[in-house]
Design a protein around this ligand. Structure first.
Ligand code: UD1
Length: 419
């Protein structure tokens, strides 16, 4: 198992190119199972979760060729219906093969995703919505076993705008008979990207970016080429890396249009960011003092829960206090404990964290508990005096492409060692 070592205190400088979005690429890859013709994808990030998804596609009967960030996927032959537990347990997003498998072959067996570090994360909303389209499910031996004749269009209103649930239903509806309407659908940019990809393959989806999606089922999809959206969470993490080191950094290939809430909060903290929604680059410059703000995580276009941990690291060194409220996931403050080992002052009450800023962080050995928690520890390590060692770094490899290489090029002192 690898660990990451950082020596803090170097301001980041230069340019960084943002990689393709993990959370867009995962459903798009699984959606390729809907298409019996060839799909060529560009901008697929080199991440552990992507490797897991490619493995899953291959086990389900797809042919996948990988050439750097370009992937060619063929799902021309009969697919298998069973996603093995060993893969599913490492990546909850595997549950997104339910929709495509039911739509394409009328059967799907996926291990029920277990508990995870950031909460129980059930899939009840996915299942009840798929049932409305004619699927039937039983839970047997820890597996979700689904079956259906051809799925039929339905009118579905989600109790909560679930990201994965919306994606699963979107994929199921594309080949269903008739019209599906998804109300209170999630509006995340990654869902817009999935819908744009499916439409590029000949699907008929309307309403991208709104809470009502209308899908007219089609009999089949066609060959297509598509470039995955850049990663707004990676981009936001690099913005904070610059802000926390008082650096001077330009982000290229940046989905600025999808980052309003994060840019707004950083500006409110006093961070100097230049660039606007019409462009794909952002520049952040040193701007003296930054101060704490209050943050509440919300579904898009609100402040993303996937940026909460990184803001907690920044607020630990900013002046004054700030209150962070996590409304999407239970138990998503695991990073607070580790940040405190580096000298942060954080008080957790229920789903709120009061961060007392102005702390001089100093290096220590810490443990990564989940993906975004790992990122917050890297950020704190960049700002801390002395050496920070982050263990269980595989979490970071699930979601950040070549992070230590990118950071090193920007002047950070960071390297990987084996435990
Ligand atoms: C996706 C993202 C994740 C992000 C999250 C919220 C991927 C691969 N992951 O996760 O990075 O943090 O959106 O933006 O894209 N819920 C239920 N029942 C369900 C489904 C969800 O109760 O059937 C609850 C979950 O437990 C959670 C909340 O709804 O508390 C949000 O979940 P959801 O929006 O589905 O997020 P994910 O798709 O898991």
């Amino acid at each position: 198992m690898d660990k990451l070592i950082l020596e803090g205190g170097c301001p980041l400088q230069g340019e960084v190119t943002i990689s393709g979005s993990k959370n867009a690429a995962l459903p798009i890859l699984l959606a390729c199972m809907l298409n019996s013709e060839e799909v060529k994808l560009q901008g697929v990030p080199d991440l552990l979760d992507i490797q897991t998804t490619v493995r899953l596609l291959q086990l389900l009967g797809c042919q996948v060729e990988q050439n750097g960030s370009a992937l060619t996927i063929r799902a021309e032959h009969e697919l298998h219906h069973e996603a093995p537990y060993d893969l599913v347990r490492t990546m909850r997003a595997s549950v997104l093969c339910l929709g495509p498998l039911l739509a394409r072959i009328g059967r799907a067996t996926v291990a029920l995703p277990g508990g995870c570090a950031i909460g129980s994360r059930p899939v009840d909303l996915h299942l009840s919505a798929l049932e409305k389209m004619g699927a039937a499910f039983v839970i047997e031996g820890g597996d979700i076993k689904g079956s259906c004749p051809r799925l039929r269009g339905a009118h579905i209103s989600f109790d909560f705008p679930t990201v994965g649930g919306t994606e699963n239903l979107l994929m199921a509806a594309v080949l269903a008979e008739g019209e599906t309407i998804l109300e209170n659908a999630a509006k995340e940019p990654e869902i817009q990207d999935l819908a744009n990809f499916l439409n590029a393959c000949g699907a008929r989806i309307e309403g991208q970016g709104t809470s009502i999606l209308r899908i007219q089922g089609v009999p089949g999809l066609q060959a297509c080429r598509y470039t995955v959206l850049p990663d707004r969470i990676e981009a936001g993490t690099y913005l904070i890396a610059a802000a926390i080191t008082n650096g001077d950094l330009t982000l290229r290939n940046c989905p600025v249009w999808a980052m309003d809430a994060v840019i707004y909060k950083l500006r409110e903290m006093g961070v100097d960011i230049a660039g606007d929604a019409g462009t794909d680059s952002l520049t952040i410059r040193p701007n003296g003092e930054i101060h704490g703000v209050d943050i509440s995580t919300q579904p898009y276009p609100g402040f993303p829960t996937d940026m909460q941990a990184q803001f907690m690291a920044l607020m630990s060194v900013a002046q004054g206090s700030g209150l962070i409220t996590e409304t999407i996931f239970e138990n998503r403050f695991m990073h607070a404990q580790e940040l405190m080992r580096l000298g942060a002052k954080i008080k957790i009450t229920g789903n709120s964290a009061l961060v007392r800023g102005g702390q001089n962080l100093s290096g220590a050995t810490v443990m990564a508990s989940d993906l975004r928690a790992s990122a917050s520890l890297v950020l704190a390590g960049l700002a801390a005096r002395g050496t920070t060692t982050i263990r269980r770094i595989y979490h970071l490899d699930r979601g950040y492409e070549h992070m230590e290489t990118k950071l090193s090029r920007l002047g950070a002192r960071v390297w990987r060692e084996q435990e």
